[in-house]
Design a protein around this ligand. Structure first.
Ligand SMILES: Cc1cc2nc3c(=O)[nH]c(=O)nc-3n(C[C@H](O)[C@H](O)[C@H](O)COP(=O)(O)OP(=O)(O)OC[C@H]3O[C@@H](n4cnc5c(N)ncnc54)[C@H](O)[C@@H]3O)c2cc1C
Length: 429
């Protein structure tokens, strides 16, 4: 898929050996190896009493690594024979799905005896995520299909834009859609906030679900799927980035980064943070000058608190952003002494920043949280009440992320092709 979208081709990407690194308070460092054999050996050595549970976990990672799902076609277009084949080929995965989709990372972690192992699972990402989501991520990593494109998201987007334009797409930026225009139960274009009307045979909404149902289709409130009420959104983020000239030496690189303890803990409004996941980009020198390294850190944060702060004026809001950035730097300095003195720049994006740039409701950065409840939900992407209207993006695939953003878009176009009796074809640049 990424080859077809022109973002990989021969562009270098890095398949880290580790998914993440967890530093516990007692000096234990856990490596979340993407090779399940290595992971099993490593974790069992750290905690022999947990060996049976670790073996179960790693066996499930292998099952998700080996699953064989047809990701290149919208499920609606699969035939009965396709489904029989999928079931026949994926029985172990279907069993593992049943077993782990109803259990959260937090619940599974409670079964482990070693506190560092428990901490690693609970801080892998979000403790309320289902184990099935975690295992899928680990399975993709084990297979080598989850990778980091060198240069990060900026050049990735540039290549995506170039490919779209080469294929004849006209991209309009800086324009907000105010509503979807419908006529006799059929979508036939969009109305921009500046009053401009754009006619279209089909409309694909690839933006925030709440915006779609409460604003873009405000005249059809019954369309809002009731399933949405059962789902939780990803909590919004504070995202720190900084440039340092500090020499890190040979530190282990990973997909997610280092989960570290914060000394002292960081208070942000109602939330006390005792840990943060920090990415240290020593593995990608293209994102910083030769003499420096990029650092980023992700912390979940309270949307209402930042909103209230911003209402109080830009000065207080910016001062708080500065304070949080400084505390993150101080915590990193605790782990890497001397780092604070080498900071060249730092910045903090808040939940309001993400909301402003993406329109995602309350800054939720990856749509719906893949909780056990979400694993039972299949969200509609089109509606019988409104023809030629489709939805794509992370709000129709709980768990979100770039792969669902891309494949739900492709699914929408496949369904349009099927409706219009046209063959769906892809090419590579
Ligand atoms: C800090 C951070 C790190 C992440 N890391 C990863 C990662 O490592 N791997 C991964 O897979 N995912 C990652 N994600 C998540 C990933 O970026 C998202 O899930 C993905 O971008 C979702 O794509 P999307 O197209 O569905 O929505 P978005 O990227 O949110 O795009 C929606 C677009 O719609 C536009 N829009 C909204 N409303 C309107 C309107 N009314 N009119 C016109 N346009 C509108 C917005 O401006 C925006 O351009 C990360 C996200 C963040 C914030």
């Amino acid at each position: 898929m990424w080859m077809e979208l022109g973002v990989l081709d021969d562009h270098p990407h890095l398949t880290h050996a580790r998914f993440g690194v967890y530093h516990d308070l007692c000096g234990v460092t856990l490596h979340l190896w993407r090779d399940p054999d290595r992971l099993e050996a490593h974790l069992s050595e750290i905690s022999p009493p947990d060996a049976a549970l670790i073996a179960e976990l790693c066996a499930a990672i292998r099952v998700f690594r080996d699953m064989d799902m047809p990701m290149d076609r919208a499920f609606e277009l699969l035939s009965l024979a396709d489904w029989i084949g999928i079931f026949a080929r994926n029985m172990p995965m279907i069993m593992a799905h049943r077993r782990f989709s109803t259990v959260s990372l937090r619940d599974f972690a409670q079964r482990l005896q070693h506190p560092a192992l428990r901490g690693m699972l609970e801080h892998f990402w979000h403790a309320d995520m289902s184990m099935q989501f975690f295992l899928m991520q680990m399975g993709f990593a084990a297979k080598g299909t989850a990778a980091y494109p060198l240069g990060g998201s900026g050049p990735f987007i540039d290549r995506l834009v170039a490919r779209a334009e080469q294929s004849g797409t006209t991209l309009v930026t800086g324009a907000r859609v105010a509503s979807v225009i419908t006529d006799a139960g059929r979508a036939c274009g969009v109305m921009l906030e500046d009053g401009q009307r754009i006619e279209a045979r089909h409309v694909i909404a690839a933006c925030d679900a709440e915006t779609v149902f409460s604003r873009l289709l405000a005249d059809q409130p019954s369309l809002r799927p009731s399933e949405l009420d059962a789902l939780d959104r990803f909590p919004p983020l504070c995202y720190f980035s900084g440039g340092v000239t500090h020499e890190f030496g040979d530190i282990p690189s990973s997909m997610m980064g280092h989960n570290i303890a914060l000394h002292p803990p960081l208070d942000m409004g109602p939330t006390r943070h005792t840990r943060a996941t920090v990415q240290i980009y020593t593995f990608d020198k293209t994102v910083s000058p030769e003499s420096g390294t990029l650092l980023t850190a992700m912390l979940e944060s309270d949307y209402d608190w930042w909103k209230e702060l911003r209402r109080g004026g830009a000065e207080r809001y910016d001062a708080e952003r500065g304070r949080v950035a400084e505390q993150i730097i101080a915590a990193l300095d605790h782990l890497y002494p001397g780092l604070a003195g080498s900071v060249v720049f730092s910045d903090l994006a808040t939940p309001l920043t993400f909301e402003r740039y993406t329109g995602n409701h309350r800054g939720a950065y990856e749509g719906w949280l893949p909780t056990p409840a979400a694993a039972q939900v299949k969200l509609p992407t089109h509606f019988k009440e409104i023809e030629n209207f489709w939805m794509a993006g992370h709000w129709v695939a709980p768990g979100g992320g770039m792969p669902p953003a891309a494949y739900t878009g492709r699914n929408a176009i496949q369904l349009i092709c099927a409706q219009e009796g046209r063959r769906f074809r892809v090419s590579r640049p």
